[in-house]
Design a protein around this ligand. Structure first.
Ligand code: 13P
Ligand code: SF4
Length: 336
C-alpha cells in the first residue's frame, strides 16, 4: 500500500472507527494474525461476544473480569483487544506502558453510553454519604468517579465488601443493580442505565419456547430484566454461564445473553443443544451491534498498523485505576 493511501486511512479512523484499507482476498488472515502476534510480541484478548473467527484466533477468551485480569498480568508488548471500547480502555488503565489497540474504535456500549460522567458527577454530589460501585461497563470518566469497580462475576462480593449500613450508588446497570440488591438484601441507589441487548428478550416468547422444550434450562446473564431472571434456572456472567453448561447434566439450554457465547458452549459441549433466547421481535437484537463491529479484517489491520490505539490522559487514568485495583484485590482475596 502506498504512503498516501495509508495516511488517508489513518486520518479517517476517527470518522470510520477503523483503518478502511482494501485487503487482498487471498490473504490467509488467520496465519497473518498468528505471524503478527509473534513478530510484535502481542497478546490477543477477546470477549465471548466476538464473532467465532475472532474467538478462534484469540490467545485468551473470557468475561470482563477474566479479560481485565489477563490485561493486568500480561508481559506482551502490545495488547490487541477484540471487544468494545470500555474493555480496551480498561486494559490501558492497567497498562500505561503497553500499546493497546482495538479493531474498531467505534465499538462502543449502550450501557456505558447511558451514564455520561458530567451527569453522574451531579448525581453523586446529591448523595455525598454514598459510596459508588460501578459496573466495569462504563467509561474511564465514570470509573474515576467510583470507589470500586465490579463485573457481573464479582458484583455480589464487591458490594458485600461494604458494611450493610453503608449507603451505595450502583451504576450504570439498573438490572444488575436490582439483581444484586435482591441477592444481598441491600437497597442500593441505582443509576437508570441498561444494556440494549439484554433488555430485548421476550418473556412471552421464552415461555412459549419452554413449552416446546420442557427439559431445557433457561440460563441468563444478570444484565437481563427481572422477569427473565425470575424465570431463569441459572444466572451468571458469561464465564459463569459457560461453566454451568459444562458441569450441568441437562442436554438443552435457552441462553439469555448475547449469541457470541454459544460458540464456546457448543465447542465444550458438542452433544448439547443451545437455543438463543428470542428477542421481542424478529430482529437479531441479541447480537450486540457494538461487539459485532469487530471483524477478522479489522483485527488484522489493527495488528499490522497498530491502529486505532487507545490513549488516555494520565490524570484520568490514575483516578480510574484506583477503583480497578480495589476490585482486582478483592477478587484475588475471594479466589476469583
Ligand atoms: P461479562 O463479560 O461480565 O459476562 O459481561 C457481559 C457484557 O455485557 C460485556 O459487555
Ligand atoms: Fe454493552 Fe450490552 Fe454490548 Fe455488552 S452486550 S457491550 S453491555 S451493549
Amino acid at each position: 500500500m502506498n504512503t498516501a493511501t495509508f495516511h488517508t486511512a489513518k486520518a479517517e479512523i476517527y470518522k470510520n472507527g477503523f483503518l478502511d484499507i482494501d485487503l487482498d482476498p487471498q490473504l490467509d488472515l488467520f496465519a497473518e494474525i498468528e505471524r503478527l502476534k509473534k513478530e510484535k510480541n502481542a497478546i490477543l484478548l477477546a470477549h465471548y461476544y466476538q464473532e467465532p473467527d475472532i474467538q478462534d484466533v484469540a490467545d485468551y477468551i473470557g468475561d470482563s473480569l477474566g479479560l481485565a485480569q489477563q490485561a493486568e498480568k500480561t508481559t506482551a508488548d502490545m495488547i490487541v483487544f477484540a471487544g468494545v471500547h470500555f474493555m480496551a480502555e480498561t486494559a490501558k488503565i492497567l497498562n500505561p506502558a503497553k500499546k493497546v489497540v482495538i479493531p474498531d474504535l467505534k465499538a462502543g456500549c449502550s450501557l456505558s453510553d447511558s451514564c455520561p460522567p458530567p451527569l453522574f458527577k451531579k448525581f453523586k454530589e446529591q448523595h455525598p454519604d454514598h459510596v459508588v460501585v460501578s459496573y466495569i461497563n462504563c467509561s474511564a470518566g465514570i470509573k474515576a468517579l467510583s470507589d470500586v469497580i465490579c463485573t457481573s462475576s464479582n458484583a455480589k462480593i464487591i458490594v458485600e465488601s461494604f458494611p450493610k449500613e453503608q449507603p451505595i450508588i450502583f451504576a450504570p446497570d439498573k438490572n444488575l443493580g436490582a439483581y444484586i440488591n435482591k441477592v444481598t438484601g441491600r437497597n442500593m441507589l441505582l443509576w437508570n442505565g441498561a444494556c440494549m441487548v439484554h433488555e430485548i428478550f421476550s418473556l412471552e416468547r421464552i415461555t412459549k419456547l419452554k413449552v416446546r422444550h420442557p427439559n431445557a434450562k433457561l440460563i441468563a446473564h444478570p444484565e437481563c430484566e427481572d422477569p427473565i431472571l425470575r424465570m431463569a434456572d441459572f444466572i451468571g456472567s458469561t464465564t459463569g454461564l459457560l461453566k454451568f453448561t459444562q458441569s450441568d447434566t441437562t442436554q438443552e439450554y435457552i441462553v439469555a445473553t448475547e449469541t457470541g457465547i454459544l460458540h464456546q458452549m457448543m465447542k465444550y459441549s458438542p452433544d448439547k443443544t443451545f437455543i438463543p433466547a428470542p428477542p421481542d421481535n424478529s430482529c437479531a437484537c441479541n447480537d450486540c451491534p457494538h461487539m459485532k463491529r469487530n471483524t477478522l479484517e479489522k483485527l488484522y489491520l489493527c495488528m499490522e498498523y497498530e491502529l486505532p490505539e487507545i490513549t488516555m490522559d494520565e490524570e484520568l487514568r490514575l483516578a480510574a485505576k484506583k477503583p480497578m485495583d480495589r476490585m482486582l484485590e478483592i477478587s484475588k482475596r475471594a479466589g476469583l
